[in-house]
Write a protein that binds this ligand. Structure first.
Ligand code: DGY
Length: 320
């Protein structure tokens, strides 16, 4: 099908890997200049856009959709789509695409890296050395083993399962909580438990849920109070799943011995945020999927989602 007249817009640049799928095949408009695209230009582009390639930095709501009367699809290069008002997309007959699958291993690797960091204080050790304190390393105290410990995974989707497989290799027992019990949990050697049981039993907790009304603020004061003393906590899902003040207090009191966060609320986390003054916290700037191979694969799926939707074919990954 000839799609060359279809206008595909992106408010930034896209990975080179996706260009062969789009250049010459659709009428592609990318914002490649420094700084954010001016609001007027974006508005103008929206007016006759058939598709939006989203790098995750736009809010997809009624206001945006109302400005794009020809829009057929918005494909986002991420697995998460909490920046979308899906009901509004449905009302405007706009299809939504995302990129699960291709980022699972990269995200699980970072989650596992953070988990090990909460046990062993890798970043803390580095800072110690950087501060010229190698000789005073006793001040760092001792870490803890992963081996023999219980990891509680909240959200056993593809990413949660990939974290479970990594944990098994380290000799951890895995328990999980999810909306529904997973049929393959025996093969994964993961045991389904209620949320409160997970909180009370896990030595380490890894959060891999999607952000939705039922998970927003799930890790609040009450949840931290129910955890084991000295638990280690990792979040690679979305910052808003955690009450930041409650986590701060739990880290400060030692209830949570250490935490590793790839996502925060607010995001980006300002450099002078009180969380960053805590010695028992490592934060990475939402980079779980940020490897060259994974970002290329995400870009390709995003382009394929756009082409399929514009051609009226099944999208490789459609959010329903
Ligand atoms: C996504 O793609 O939604 C994740 O945030 C990647 O880390």
């Amino acid at each position: 099908m000839d799609l060359t007249k279809k206008k595909v817009i992106c408010s930034g640049s896209i990975r080179k890997a996706a260009l062969p799928y789009l250049e010459g095949k659709v009428d592609l408009k990318l914002w490649q200049q420094h700084g954010r695209i001016p609001a007027e230009t974006w508005k103008e582009w929206l007016r006759d856009a058939d598709a939006i390639y989203s790098a995750g930095n736009i809010r997809v709501n009624e206001e945006l959709l109302a400005q794009a009367p020809k829009l057929r699809v918005i494909a986002q290069a991420s697995v998460g789509y909490d920046n979308f008002d899906l009901a509004a997309c449905r009302a405007h007959n706009v299809l939504v695409g995302n990129t699960p699958g291709v980022l699972v291993n990269a995200v699980a690797d970072l989650a596992y890296g953070l988990l090990i960091d909460t046990a062993r204080g890798i970043v803390r050790g580095h800072k110690h050395v950087e501060g010229g304190l190698w000789g005073a390393r006793k001040a760092l105290g001792l870490g803890t083993d992963l081996y023999g410990k219980t990891l509680g995974i909240v959200g056993l989707g593809d990413i949660g399962q990939a974290i479970a497989r990594r944990a098994e290799v380290s000799g951890m027992q895995v328990i999980y909580h999810n909306r529904h019990r997973k049929l393959n949990d025996t093969a994964l050697h993961a045991r389904y438990v209620g949320f409160d049981e997970l909180l009370a039993t896990a030595d380490f907790i890894a959060v891999a849920v999607t952000l939705n009304p039922s998970t927003k603020g799930l890790f609040n004061r009450d949840a931290f109070a129910k955890m084991k003393d000295g638990v280690r906590f990792v979040n690679i899902s979305r910052g808003k799943v955690v009450d930041t003040d409650a986590l701060y207090d739990a880290l400060k009191s030692g209830k949570v011995a250490a935490a590793g966060l790839d996502v925060t609320d607010p995001e980006p986390l300002p450099g002078d945020h009180p969380l960053l003054a805590l010695p028992n916290l490592t934060v990475t700037p939402h980079i779980a999927s940020a490897t060259a191979e994974t970002r290329d694969a995400m870009a390709v799926v995003t382009a394929q989602n756009i082409l399929a939707a514009l051609a009226g074919e099944d999208m490789p990954s459609r959010v329903k």
